[in-house]
Structures are given as structure tokens and as C-alpha cells.
Design a protein around this ligand. Structure first.
Ligand code: GLY
Length: 570
């Protein structure tokens, strides 16, 4: 079934030249679109586009609005990745606003005197929080890419924080999940609970302090958050809870502009997040493994089997090689090369699963513990297209629902627990069951390895913008979304597609009820796969399609409560 190498090279050459020949920069969409995980954030993006802002201004408005109305997913106390495409320059870059480990952090930060992991120390409370990057990213976006003032674009979020937003079922679910940690921090309970309980539906969450913080940022920019009163309040709150932040950690925080990971899959040019995210590299590995087969000619069970085997290998490499490339040498060129994928594909058997234990062991696993969590809706994503053809695909996080649970008094800022994305003890699993090695060990100033995968796909026929929350499952959801895009330019098909996931360890295929038929389950089990149906559906994809013939369309994952809109700009 394998293509021979010469044919493969010709195939890649032909398609890549076909792609590069398209003058995408001369194309202009007839309509704009915004898709985000909350209707109020989507409307904030629309408002700014209608006020004359570009996609980058709208991205700041949506980032800030989501920080207010989805406090369990992202926020000023968190970080993320903003993948931008500037149409006039035909330039696609990523803003890395990932959190950094504070200067006093070190490899054994979360270990006791016996070298064992201290339960929850990287998940709940002050020690779990990295230095946030979201505000720096918003200011950078505004200064370098926006056309409206920061004051204008932050206005919708300030209003939402001051006037409040109504509690929904999804809010209740997330608050219930983190109830005990929210109750343990009075400044959090006061804002996000009501009488110390999960608030009733329609209860208004009003965030006056957060509105003040946003206003200060709108006036003073970067310094409004990373220096002065807010910075002092953040550091005091952290230190009062035995955390290790210092004022200099905040003062020295900077976003990084990076080249996205780019690769070719059939006629698609895929752009996604580079280290310190694992998303782009893992997507390149998986898709380029699939590309070595006549994938579309295979039956559905064999396709699923191949995807599972490709996922297994990509997540194995994630665990061994990936970390913050400013600190460790990540072999990006090798890992994203089609020949490397061909080599991995050579070890795949078309009729049989190869257990993860049979792959080359990374390090003796100290504890192959398994996270039993199945929520998969932590973190958030939005996609934006303006009528100049500028685009933003952004995934942002505070990690676990409601992050560390700690709100810094006087700021309204709920802090992340992104430090859990490091390998606290190489060889042990984090909250998502992901194992890691030395490449992702904790170090001062280092960024924890992420799975966030904001993605833009360009083809001769059009463009796809997509991404989703979901912890370790983000990458495989985006993968399935890209494969749907190949079949169909309607984004409602990409976001609703039933999902499955394998991450090397635990050696299990997690799947949504509708992902496999009974017959497929029987056949996959016979091949040797361990299958586990998830307790509930997972993910929250926000996608936009710009088909050069059919126009713009957008879709929000039907599993949750987001909103996707397409509209004219008069
Ligand atoms: N905190 C989730 C991620 O970055 O992958």
C-alpha cells in the first residue's frame, strides 16, 4: 500500500508548488466571521469589527471578553497562542503568550524530600500558577497589528465585567467540578460562587475589580498589569499562599513571536503552534504518517486504526522530545519531515495494534498513572476572519477549570495552574495523564509544554480556521477537524464530528459514543486496541471556513454554548 519514495517526493513537490502559486493575498472575503465559545465574546468581536477594527482588534476584544465570561477557561491570569495571518503581507506568525515558570522555580519544585510528587501541588493554589501572558499578548496585538486604540477594543469586556453575565449550565458544571478549591479561596468564592455554593442559572457574575484591572490595562498597556499596583497585588496574593512569584517575574514577562509549524498534507498547507506547544509537531507527524497510505481508499475501521497508531507514535515523541525550545533542543525539522513520518509508518501493521509498551521506552516510567478525567472542555478557542482577509485562530487557557482556584485580592484576576503542564516528575503523568521527560522538566523562566493547537489550513479552494479546548485531546480533535475539512468545506461538519483519542499512555483509545459503530468496535478490539467510551462528549471547537467559491461560513461546537456568526461590514 505504501507509495514509493520517488512518487511521494513528486507528489509533495507538485502540491507544494501548486499551493505557493496561489496569490492568496489578493483574495478578499465578502463577509467577516467570528466563532467563539461564548455568545457574549462573539458579539464583542463583531462590535469591534463593525466599529472599523481589523481581525487583530477583534481578537483582543474576544480575548478580553472570554476572560470575563468564561472564567473557568481562560483569563488575564492565564496564557495562550494567537496564530495570525496578515493578508496584505501574506504572512502567518504566532504570538506565544504562554506562561513562564517564576525565577524561583526549579526541577524539584513539586517533590517532597523523598523525591515523590506532592499531591495537587501543581494543580491547586499559588505554587501551581505560572507568570501570565494573556495581557502581554493583547497589548502586543494592539501595538503591532491593531488599528483601533486598546481603550476601544477593551471596552466591551470592561462593560461585561461591570454589568455582569448570567450563569449558564456550562458555568454550573465547571464550578461544581472545582467547588472545593473555589471555596478554599475567599476572593474566588466571593466572585464565582453565590453564598459559597454553585450559583443558580441566570445569577449575574459581576466582576468590578476585574473591570478596574482591564481599565488600567486600557490606559497604561503592559505596565498597567506587569508593574505598579496590580503587579504588587498579584505578588502579595501569591506569596500569602506560599507561592514563589516576585515582582521581577512580572516585570520581565514578554511574549514571543514565532514561526508556526508548517507542513503539507495532500493539497493543504497546515499552519499550527510550534514549541512550547506540541500541537503543530504532533499534527505534522500524524497527518504525514497518514499521507504515506492511500488513506481515502481504506475502509473506515482501517482508517481509524491507522489514525490511532499514528496518534500513539506522535504522543510518544511528544513525551520524549518536546519542551520549551528556548531551553531544550527540540528536533523540529526532523520531527516534521515527511521522511521521519515514513519511518514511523514503517512500524505500523495494517491489521494489528502495537502496544505502547512495545515502542522504544522513553524513560523508565515512575508511575504510568491515568487521569480519569473526561471533561475535555478546559481552555478555550476562537477564530476570526475580517473582510480584508486577515485571520486569527487563538487557543487560550488557565489550564484546569478555574485554573489554580486562586484569585488575587484587589485585582479580580483568577490565576492559572499551567505549571501542571510541566513534567513535575519526569515519567509520571500530569492531570491529563500525559507523561513527559527531561525536555519538559520545570526550570526558571521556562514555558510548560502545551497541547494548544490553533490552526489555519490553506488549500487552492479556500481556508479553514479551527481549534478547540480539551487538554491532551486538543491535538487529536484538531486532526479530525482537518480531515473533515478535506472532505467538506462546511465547518458545521468539522465541529460536530464524533471524536476519538489515543495519547501513547495510557494505552487506550478514548472515544465518544458515536465515533465507532458496533462492528468497528468489534474489529478494533480484535486488532488489539483497548477501547474506553468517554463519560460524555468532549471538546468545544470554533471554526471558520472561507471557500473562495461558496463564501464564508462559521460554526461553533454543538456540544457546548458557543456562537459562530457571519456578517457584512457596511
Ligand atoms: N493547559 C493545556 C495545554 O496547554 O495544553
Amino acid at each position: 500500500m505504501k507509495r514509493n519514495t520517488l512518487f511521494f517526493i513528486l507528489f509533495i513537490w507538485t502540491y507544494s508548488h501548486a499551493i505557493y502559486a496561489i496569490p492568496t493575498e489578493t483574495k478578499i472575503p465578502a463577509q467577516a466571521a467570528v466563532a467563539s465559545a461564548h455568545p457574549l465574546a462573539t458579539q464583542a468581536g463583531k462590535q469591534i469589527l463593525l466599529q472599523g477594527g481589523n481581525a487583530f482588534d477583534a481578537a483582543i476584544a474576544v480575548t478580553a471578553a472570554l476572560a470575563v465570561v468564561e472564567p473557568y477557561s481562560s483569563g488575564l491570569g492565564g496564557g495562550g497562542f494567537w496564530l495570525l495571518h496578515e493578508q496584505k503581507k501574506n504572512k502567518t506568525i504566532i504570538i506565544d503568550g504562554r506562561e513562564t515558570a517564576p525565577a524561583l522555580a526549579h526541577r524539584d519544585l513539586y517533590l517532597d524530600q523523598n523525591g515523590a510528587y506532592i499531591a495537587k501541588s501543581s494543580v491547586d493554589g499559588a505554587l501551581a500558577a505560572g507568570i501570565p501572558g494573556t495581557v502581554a499578548a493583547m497589548v502586543h496585538l494592539s501595538e503591532k497589528y491593531g488599528i483601533l486604540s486598546l481603550k476601544t477594543v477593551l471596552q466591551p469586556a470592561i462593560k461585561l465585567a461591570e454589568q455582569g453575565f448570567p450563569v449558564t449550565q456550562h458555568y454550573q458544571k465547571m464550578a461544581q467540578f472545582r467547588l472545593s478549591v473555589l471555596q478554599s479561596f475567599p476572593a474566588s468564592a466571593e466572585i464565582f460562587l453565590h453564598n459559597n455554593k454553585v450559583p443558580k442559572a441566570e445569577h449575574l457574575i459581576i466582576q468590578k475589580k476585574l473591570a478596574q484591572t482591564l481599565r488600567l490595562i486600557s490606559e497604561k498597556g503592559h505596565a498597567g498589569f506587569y508593574e505598579g499596583q496590580i503587579a504588587e497585588n498579584l505578588v502579595s496574593a501569591i506569596q500569602a499562599e506560599k507561592g514563589i512569584w516576585q515582582l521581577d517575574d512580572l516585570k520581565h514577562y514578554r511574549v514571543k513571536e514565532r514561526e508556526p509549524v508548517q507542513f503539507q498534507y495532500h493539497d493543504m498547507q497546515v499552519f499550527s503552534a510550534p514549541p512550547p506547544s506540541s500541537g503543530g509537531i504532533a499534527l505534522a507527524t500524524i497527518l504525514q504518517i497518514l499521507q504515506t497510505y492511500d488513506f481515502e481508499l481504506l475502509d473506515e475501521t482501517t482508517q481509524s486504526h491507522l489514525m490511532i497508531e499514528a496518534m500513539r507514535r506522535a504522543y510518544r515523541d511528544r513525551a520524549e522530545y518536546l519542551g520549551d525550545s528556548d531551553f531544550v533542543k527540540v528536533p523540529v525539522t526532523r520531527l516534521t519531515h515527511p521522511w521521519y513520518a515514513e519511518g514511523l509508518a514503517a512500524g505500523i501493521h495494517l491489521e494489528k495494534a502495537l502496544p505502547s509498551d512495545n515502542l522504544h521506552e522513553i524513560i523508565p516510567a515512575v508511575g504510568k498513572s491515568v487521569s480519569t478525567r473526561t471533561e475535555g472542555q478546559d481552555t478555550t478557542h476562537f477564530s476570526i476572519l475580517d473582510t480584508q482577509g486577515n485571520m486569527v485562530s487563538s487557543t487560550m487557557s488557565i489550564n484546569y477549570p478555574f485554573g489554580s482556584g486562586l484569585t488575587a485580592a484587589g485585582t479580580g484576576v483568577l490565576l492559572n495552574d499551567e505549571m501542571d503542564d510541566f513534567s513535575a516528575l519526569p515519567g509520571t503523568a500530569n492531570i491529563y495523564g500525559l507523561v513527559g521527560a527531561e525536555a519538559n522538566a520545570v526550570a526558571a523562566g521556562k514555558r510548560p509544554l502545551s497541547s494548544m493547537s490553533p490552526t489555519i489550513v490553506k488549500t487552492p479552494q479556500g481556508i479553514a480556521l479551527l481549534g478547540t479546548p480539551g487538554g491532551s485531546r486538543i491535538i487529536t480533535m484538531v486532526l479530525l477537524g482537518i480531515l473533515e475539512f478535506e472532505k467538506n468545506s462546511d465547518p458545521s461538519q468539522w465541529v460536530k464530528r464524533a471524536r476519538f483519542h489515543h495519547q501513547y499512555l495510557p494505552d487506550k483509545v478514548f472515544f465518544e459514543k458515536k465515533a465507532f459503530s458496533k462492528d468497528m468496535i468489534t474489529r478494533l478490539k480484535k486488532m488489539g486496541h483497548q477501547l474506553q467510551e468517554t463519560d460524555s462528549d468532549y471538546g468545544n471547537m470554533q471554526a471558520i471556513s472561507w471557500d473562495y467559491k461558496q463564501g464564508v461560513s462559521a460554526a461553533s461546537d454543538p456540544r457546548v454554548e458557543g456562537q459562530a456568526i457571519v456578517f457584512d461590514i457596511p
